[in-house]
Design a binder for this molecule. Structure first.
Ligand code: ATP
Length: 199
């Protein structure tokens, strides 16, 4: 699985539609301070489902929409599309190329698409679950995060290791199964009560 392209329109400093093609090998982004290097990384995190405005250096999510400059009026919509080459089917999908798109309008409307089909945020999360990618993954490490990993409590560090090791999904399944067991137990108690009343 390889990152192929990133298309950014109306997201933060990228008012114009900007397409970045990732070639084989290492890609470096260079530019003066404030030119938008971090905004590119944030666009990647955002399209993968980032929900924290603060994590994107804003107060509210609408802050990611291009807010205008002295030369250019603000825009009403932010859109980011990321495309992966998935010919090795590393991501659990039948498609050999996967494009995820996220849009947000100033009135709060938003949507996600996978290969042009409207999906829920949950579907985007599930696509990346245990892939080592995704909004909370360690494939994207922002400034200051390295330090925070070392200073985190052991229990928090353990969850990071579990995520990297790919056991997070199974923990989630286990929690779901536990909840279902509690529900079944409640239902059985209720059945026992009814039987008792009928006797
Ligand atoms: P540095 O090298 O200092 O870390 P950088 O190249 O990573 O800088 P960014 O932090 O990505 O730069 O970009 C900051 C710029 O993005 C600022 O000029 C800021 O005004 C602009 N910006 C952020 N949000 C918006 C927005 N919603 N609308 C327009 N411009 C925005």
């Amino acid at each position: 699985m390889k990152l192929k392209t990133l298309e950014i329109t109306g997201f933060k400093s990228f008012a114009e539609r900007t397409k970045i093609e990732f070639m084989p090998g290492i890609t470096g982004v260079i530019g003066p301070n404030g030119s938008g290097k971090s905004n590119i990384i944030e666009a990647i995190r955002w399209v993968m489902g980032e929900q924290s405005a603060k994590g994107l250096r804003g107060d509210k999510m609408a802050d990611v929409i291009f807010g205008g400059t002295t030369q250019r009026a603000p825009l009403n919509r932010a859109e980011v599309a990321i495309t992966f080459d998935n010919t090795d089917h590393y991501l659990h999908s039948e498609y050999s190329e996967i494009t995820i798109t996220r849009r947000l309008y100033r009135n709060g409307d938003s949507n996600y698409q996978i290969n042009g089909v409207n999906v829920r945020l949950k579907d985007v999360y599930e696509l990346f679950m245990d892939s080592g990618l995704g909004r909370e993954s360690f494939s994207i490490i922002s400034q200051g995060r390295v330090e925070s990993i070392f200073s985190e409590k052991p229990i928090e560090r353990r969850s990071i290791i579990e995520d990297v090791a790919g056991v997070y999904k199974y923990k989630q399944n286990k929690d779901k199964a536990k909840k279902e067991l509690v529900d079944v137990h409640d239902n059985l108690t209720r059945v026992a009560d009814i039987l008792y009343e009928l006797q």
